[in-house]
Design a protein around this ligand. Structure first.
Ligand code: SME
Length: 164
């Protein structure tokens, strides 16, 4: 496995295009989900310098199921999110990516950090299309994420992890 990330591009699409094969290569060399999610968070954080990058994993709970904090890079975060709550719980419930240009305009947004201004949440699917986790990326700037991030992050996460 490569020990260093190689990034020469300076535009967003170019950076995604360069990290995609590196992420696929790192993850294909390891079967452990937590180890792989940790490295994917680290690669995205290192490549773009995002404020917070991490996974919430769908786990059984007293209420049935909820999202529980998984591997991440960035400041302290909320540990549990219910289905339909906040951006993460909404992306899980709908099974679709949500781009939020201004978190103050998203009803029910969960503010783990008051410095977070915009975010994108991408569902992670098992092959049967059940949502198993979400990838949450937060920015301290407004409108950091757009259709380009949605397209590339969905491509990166497509069939990336192995589910038992
Ligand atoms: N803002 C997210 C919660 C997770 S943290 O920001 C890391 C939400 O509304 O779901």
């Amino acid at each position: 496995m490569a020990e260093q990330l190689l990034i020469t591009a300076t535009d967003k699409s170019g950076i995604y295009a360069q990290i995609l094969p590196q992420i696929k290569s790192v993850v294909s060399a390891e079967t452990d989900l937590i180890a792989n999610m940790a490295n994917v968070s680290a690669i995205l954080k290192e490549a773009f310098g995002f404020w917070w990058v991490g996974f919430y994993i769908v786990k059984p709970s007293e209420a049935g199921e909820e999202l529980v904090l998984g591997p991440f890079q960035g400041p302290l975060a909320c540990t549990r999110i219910k289905k339909g709550r906040g951006v993460c719980g909404t992306a899980w419930e709908k099974g679709e990516t949500i781009v939020v240009p201004d978190v103050e305009q998203f009803p029910g947004h969960i503010a783990c950090s008051s410095l977070s201004r915009s975010e994108i949440v991408v569902p992670v699917f098992a092959p049967d299309r059940v949502v198993k986790a979400v990838l949450d990326i937060d920015s301290e700037h407004l409108a950091t994420f757009d259709a380009t991030d949605k397209e590339w992050l969905e491509k990166i996460l497509d069939n990336l992890f192995t589910w038992n």
